[in-house]
Ligand binder design. Structure first.
Ligand code: 2AM
Length: 181
């Protein structure tokens, strides 16, 4: 792994989809995506953010890796069943109408662990969503989205790497839920 710019990187924890789950998400929301305008998030960047940390010194990476390794993912799926336009952020997201209780507890525990160790955490409530399109300045036409069931299987510590066409998200470490756990 190369050194971050200036010895720091923009990092976040996220649920990272398998290629199959990613494809199912794109299929389920295809009709919505077709007419949305804006800037589509490339499939390789799709993820569900759990906690955005901002710029973190490289020296903190081992501690973050230990937090990720200790986390126990719930044996649940999150159902992304709503297409929402978030006006202020100008994004179109696939959102979960209901947050599965195990996932809510998992996100809260992760936030607590990070905060106790001095990392900056979000103060907003956790709302499971996957951003599909950015720079959407006008409300899209209402379209039906097929609910997509996304198994909670892989946690990732992800770096947001700025690139000319938009950020690229690079998982630095991934932790899979143990089968049957
Ligand atoms: P979003 O998908 O709702 O835009 C990397 O930027 C990820 O962290 C994105 O998924 C983004 O969520 C999320 N994120 C949360 N808070 C952020 C912030 N203050 N700045 C940038 N990204 C943030």
């Amino acid at each position: 792994m190369s050194a971050g710019r200036g010895g720091a990187r923009r990092l976040f924890f996220a649920l990272w989809p398998s290629p199959q789950d990613c494809a199912a998400l794109v299929r389920g929301f295809a009709a919505a995506l077709a007419g949305a305008g804006g800037r589509r998030v490339p499939a390789h960047n799709l993820h569900l953010t759990l906690e955005f940390l901002g710029s973190v010194p490289d020296t903190a990476l081992p501690e973050l890796a230990a937090i990720g390794a200790a986390a126990v993912l719930p044996a649940e799926s999150v159902v992304l069943d709503r297409l929402e336009w978030w006006r202020r952020a100008a994004v179109l997201v696939a959102a979960a109408g209901a947050t599965p209780p195990g996932l809510a507890a998992f996100a809260a525990n992760l936030r607590r662990s990070l905060s106790e160790r001095g990392f900056r955490v979000d103060s907003r409530a956790f709302r499971p969503h996957v951003t599909l399109v950015r720079d959407v300045r006008a409300a899209p036409a209402a379209v039906a989205a097929a609910p997509v069931e996304w198994p909670v299987e892989a946690l990732a510590l992800v770096e947001s790497v700025p690139e000319p066409g938009g950020s690229r998200y690079v998982p630095l470490a991934r932790w899979q839920r143990a089968p049957g756990a």
